[in-house]
Every structure is written in C-alpha cells, then in structure tokens.
Write a protein that binds this ligand. Structure first.
Ligand code: F6R
Length: 259
C-alpha cells in the first residue's frame, strides 16, 4: 500500500463543519502528508505565501521541505513566509527565540530571500506599533497555506483559552500550562518567557488553507474538543470548525478519544 492509499483509507470529513481529518500512523506519516501539501502548492505557485509555526510539531515537515529543496524539486526564492508568534522578553538571538528556531530548522538550509521572511518583532518598547504593522502586512499578503500546531490547552498560535475570536496580532500573557509544556526547550519553567506576541485568531482564519498537525496522547483531549466540541473561546482551536478549508493531520495517539 503506498502512502496515499494509507491516507485515503483514513481520511474522512468530520463534524458538521466539513473539516478534513487525516489519521496517520505516526509522526513520520503526519510530516509526509503535510509536506506533500506544501510541496504541491510551492510547485503550483512558486510565489506562495506561507504561514509558519514553531515547536515540535512542524519539525518533520521542515526537514522534508529541506530535502525537497536539496533534490531541486522546489525553490523558495520567491516564497514569502509569516510566522505566527514570537516570545517577548528574550532577545531575537536567544537560542530559544522563534527567530532562531526558524533559522536553525528551515531558513538557513534553503534559498529563501531573508527579506521575504517575517516574524513579529519582539521589542517591548515598540510592541504596539509592531503589532499594528504586522496586521497591515498580513492584510496586504493573504496567506495561501498556514501550518498550525495545537497546545495541550487548545491554543493556536499563542491564542490562549479566553482570547477573543476577533483578535488580530497582540501581546499575550502565556498560560501556566503553556509555560510548563514549553519548559522542555528552556530547561526550567522559570526560564520560559511570561509573554509573547502572536497573530490573532482573525489573522489565522484569513488563511486560504489551514493544516493543523498534532501527535501524541497529550494532544488527544484538545483534538477531541476541537473537532467535536462547541466553538468556544475556552478552546481556541475550535474556531477552525468555522474555516472553509481546514485539514487536520494527526497520529493514532492524538486521535485516541475520537469516535
Ligand atoms: C508555535 C505555536 C504554538 C505551537 C503549540 C504546539 O509557533 O504557535 O501554538 O504550535 O504550542 O507546540 P508543539 O508543536 O511544540 O507541541
């Protein structure tokens, strides 16, 4: 059975809102499927605008994009990228900043023009202007394909539970649960920044196609509520039920609570 056949047999439309759900066997299959969608878009539209995420979830996707670039299947020369978020309170050169993460895990390995790479700046003294400018930029450049992870508390970007659905880019105080989840990158929870700047849900929802990827049982409750629960600010990812073109790619562990 080839990989597409495996996907096809597991792919279904769930809930009243037509979200497409693909249950992959494991993290490698999630990354394969997500990268196929990205590579197909980049081949079809070499000037595509991509929305990117950090964290563990998209690492396999980025590795596959680098491989495709090395095999001359795709070029990023005319691609533009917009990242979801950045920590506030650490410098952009800090090894755990999302700016460093993106350079280390994707940008330095491909032929992207760094002038076409956008992450929200995190200079606290100018943060209001930075947020406004990022919104302007995003409005001018609609994202063709956005990749999202999901927090164990259901956040997307850093839109924590309780965030109004109409928010555009803003500064957020991170949930205790998010800081605990991310302490693995910093060594200790006290070293995790307390604040971040993030695209708001309104910015995210404007993307033409959204892919949400998740693996592991820690995500299973959030995935269940996202797909089958009410649309509520208590579980920000549930708003994706209202998106017209959202593909959810998860492994069997993350799918364990689904009917
Ligand atoms: C990262 C981001 C977050 C992560 C989420 C899941 O840019 O916006 O929403 O996607 O916290 O993180 P991982 O993938 O590390 O489990």
């Amino acid at each position: 059975m080839n990989i597409m056949a495996i996907y096809a047999s597991h792919s279904k439309i769930v809930n009243r809102c037509n979200m497409e759900l693909i249950i992959a066997k494991n993290y490698d299959e999630i990354s394969d499927k997500a990268s196929e969608i990205f590579i197909e878009l980049i081949k079809r539209n070499p000037e595509a605008k991509l929305g990117l995420a950090t964290g563990s979830s998209p690492l396999g996707l980025y590795q596959r994009l680098i491989q495709a670039y090395n095999k001359h299947e795709i070029s990023f020369k005319q691609i533009t990228t917009f990242n979801l978020d950045e920590y506030v309170g650490i410098s952009r050169n800090h090894p755990q900043s999302y700016f460093s993460f993106m350079n280390e895990n994707l940008f330095k390995h491909i032929d992207i023009d760094l002038d076409h790479v956008h992450l929200p700046d995190n200079d606290l003294s100018k943060i209001d202007t930075i947020a406004k400018d990022y919104n302007k930029l995003l409005r001018k450049n609609p994202i063709d394909l956005q990749v999202l992870g999901i927090g164990s508390n259901g956040h997307i970007g850093f839109n924590e539970p309780g965030t109004p659905l109409g928010n555009e880019t803003f500064v957020v105080e991170l949930d205790e649960q998010t800081r605990n989840d991310n302490s693995r990158f910093f060594g200790h929870v006290d070293l995790v920044p307390t604040h971040a700047i993030t695209m708001g849900i309104k910015n995210i929802m404007r993307a033409k196609h959204i892919i949400l990827i998740a693996s592991g049982k820690e995500k299973s409750d959030a995935i269940y509520q996202m797909l089958y629960g009410e649309v509520t600010t208590d579980l920000p990812a549930s708003v994706l039920q209202l998106h017209p073109n959202c593909t959810v790619i998860i492994d069997e562990e993350a799918a364990r609570l689904l009917p």
